[in-house]
Ligand binder design. Structure first.
Ligand code: ATP
Length: 210
């Protein structure tokens, strides 16, 4: 039976915790394949996302070196809200007999009862959770609300504080000289992603080009 991981996100931008989570999941869950799925319209995020083509390109750059990993464009191409259950149902139809593992961070676990058709998600995939520092709700509370999540797997990823929000804020509030219009992002995002952000002036308070 093929073991397929599914890792969705805004990836605005993709960062080192996303990569670490993916590597941990491949090793710990012995995945044959991991599909990275940038979201199209994020119904659960309050702010508008950066253009889909930027997020897709950065996601490809970030994950390109990883074995067994592919970036899947289906949610970006879909019109309307990006619901994980629609993606899982399509993947099941394309890969009959495979076992699916849905990778999420602890903040998403805390919000899981708000996901569209979350009960159906649990019947189609094993939820695998990476703890996040300062996550919104303790796992024990979540499990009391949704006992079915007791089957979830804890990913052995050491807590990492990096977030896309903090990276965007760092860039937007950076006051450098004209030659250093972007802060040093080493340690936060892979180098090719940092170069892409700089080239396109992403996340700056006054973008240079978009
Ligand atoms: P933002 O700060 O804009 O909300 P983010 O850093 O949470 O973005 P997303 O692209 O929204 O990044 O995250 C995709 C998935 O990766 C989500 O399931 C999220 O919980 C998980 N994730 C992101 N950062 C971490 C982290 N530091 N540790 C564990 N999981 C993470």
């Amino acid at each position: 039976m093929k073991r397929i991981g599914v890792f969705g996100g805004a990836f605005d931008p993709p960062h080192h915790a996303h990569l670490a989570l993916a590597k941990t999941a491949i090793a710990q869950l012995q995945l044959d394949e991991l599909k990275i799925i940038p979201t199209g319209y994020a119904w659960h995020k309050e702010r508008p996302l950066s253009a889909a083509e930027h997020r897709l390109k950065m996601t490809e750059l970030a994950f390109s070196g990883l074995d067994r990993v592919s970036v899947d464009e289906r949610e970006i191409k879909r019109t309307g809200p990006s619901y994980t259950i629609d993606t899982l149902e399509a993947l099941h139809a394309e890969n009959p007999g495979s076992a699916f593992f849905l990778l999420i961070g602890g903040d998403q676990l805390a919000a899981f009862s708000q996901w569209h058709r979350w009960q159906d998600i649990l019947s189609r995939a094993t939820v695998c959770v990476a703890e996040r520092p300062l996550q919104a709700s303790a796992p024990a509370d979540v499990l009391a609300q949704m006992p079915a999540l007791r089957q979830s797997i804890h990913l052995q990823l050491p807590p990492m504080t990096v977030s896309a929000t903090a990276i965007r804020q760092l860039i937007a509030t950076h006051t450098g000289s004209p030659n250093t219009s972007q802060p040093d992002l080493a340690g936060l995002v892979p180098d090719p992603v940092a170069r892409y952000i700089s080239l396109h002036g992403l996340y700056q308070a006054r973008p240079t080009s978009l």
